[in-house]
Unconditional design. Structure first.
Length: 180
């Protein structure tokens, strides 16, 4: 099984360009167009678009992916929505896709681009929150901890900040800060 896991991707990496060339020659559509027009909307299409963009050999698309990867963690929602038209413009230029012949392509690709880099931005934000250490001197952290108690045990008042009551909601000791 180990050999198959190593050999098949290696073989696929050499066969993929020929398959792409063959399909492009007969359909007159790029891989991204075939995905956007043929794959079911949602996660299936988005993951295929992500894979295609990541494996692209075109320098403009490689640069685009690097730029979006670098910017995604730090943009707001408005800026994230600007990724879609930019990506569509660059891909259509690199692949020589005419907008008047394929008017839906930019919209379909843009939806996937927004999902891909929106998800990457979310992963970055979650990782930042996960990496933040609990600080008992931070009033915001303490308020969140007390709010957690109030939401989980609304009928039971907390007798103190350090108490065995915390074990009732799954903390291991008397002081919940030791679990973080």
């Amino acid at each position: 099984m180990f050999i198959l896991d190593r050999i098949l991707p290696f073989i696929f990496s050499y066969i993929r360009p020929f398959i792409k060339w063959f399909l492009h020659a007969f359909t007159r559509l790029s891989e991204l167009q075939r995905i956007c027009y043929g794959a079911r909307a949602g996660a299936s299409r988005t993951s295929q678009v992500e894979r295609s963009l990541t494996l692209s050999k075109r320098p403009q698309i490689q640069r685009l992916v690097l730029d979006l990867d670098g910017a995604a963690p730090y943009v707001n929602n408005e800026e994230l929505l600007e990724f879609a038209p930019r990506a569509a413009r660059i891909v259509m230029q690199a692949k020589r896709i005419k907008h008047n012949v394929h008017p839906d392509f930019a919209r379909l690709l843009g939806t996937c681009v927004t999902s891909i880099w929106g998800y990457r931005r979310l992963m970055h934000q979650v990782e930042q929150l996960r990496a933040e250490k609990y600080d008992s001197d931070n009033l915001d952290h303490e308020e969140k901890l007390l709010r957690l108690w109030q939401l989980l045990m609304p009928e039971t008042p907390l007798t103190g900040r350090v108490t065995k009551q915390w074990q009732d909601i799954g903390f291991q000791g008397d002081d919940p800060k030791t679990d973080f």
